[in-house]
Design a protein around this ligand. Structure first.
Ligand SMILES: [Zn+2]
Length: 85
């Protein structure tokens, strides 16, 4: 991927969260990291979990299905999130 394509993708509006209306851009899903791992990804669309809160909406998770061209193919949400380290 050349730097121009990457810059466009970073600014690209990927999807809008159906729970809170947050706009999710390419930079929010760390496209650089996906690009680096591309050879290890054997199944597309990739499942990317984005957790966020927004205004009056408590933490929730957005499962974003992203194809190899970085287009969003589907979405799932959950209001029940625990991130355990
Ligand atoms: Zn949201």
């Amino acid at each position: 991927m050349n730097s121009e394509t990457r810059a466009i993708l970073m600014r690209k509006l990927m999807t809008i969260c159906p729970v809170c209306g947050k706009q999710i851009y390419g930079r929010d899903i760390d496209i650089n990291n996906i690009e680096k791992s591309r050879s290890k990804i054997d199944h597309w669309p990739l499942r990317y979990v984005h957790c966020h809160d927004n205004g009056n909406f408590p933490m929730h998770a957005l499962m974003i299905y992203i194809d190899a061209n970085f287009s969003v193919r589907g979405l799932e949400t959950s209001d029940f999130v625990k991130i355990q380290k």
